[in-house]
Design a protein. Structure first.
Length: 124
């Protein structure tokens, strides 16, 4: 699910499937920014992944379920995104992964040997 902040939210039923997906995503050159159990998610960890909205009362966060309502904090906002994702998949998700979608995929150079910069070899 697109969080509209440069990140995509993915959900998984168990840790093994989340870890397997993380390996595939990283192999393609994308950055896994966050992977954790939903129950262990903390406000400071997820604040940068969700959209902050300015209101008359002060800052609030996007509610991904009900657009006309706002979420009180970042973790609540991410939980509304997770609830939307669970509804789409029709199953409970225990682990979440946030992936940076603006990262350019890694280009592979088959058969080319990579060498360290000259400073590493003592040549400057």
């Amino acid at each position: 699910m697109d969080l509209k902040t440069g990140y995509v939210l993915l959900g998984f039923e168990d840790f093994e499937s989340a870890l397997s997906a993380a390996d595939r995503i990283c192999a393609r050159g994308y950055k896994v920014a966050y992977l954790n159990e939903v129950a262990c998610m903390r406000e400071l960890e997820v604040r940068e992944f969700v959209r902050e909205l300015e209101t008359e009362v002060g800052p609030s966060y996007r509610n991904y379920q009900l657009q006309e309502q706002k979420a009180a904090d970042a973790s609540e906002s991410l939980k509304t995104a997770l609830a939307t994702l669970e509804k789409r998949k029709d199953r409970a998700l225990k682990f979440i992964m946030v992936v940076g979608k603006n990262v350019q995929p890694r280009r592979y150079t088959w058969g080319k040997k990579r060498t360290a910069p000259a400073a590493v070899h003592g040549k400057v």
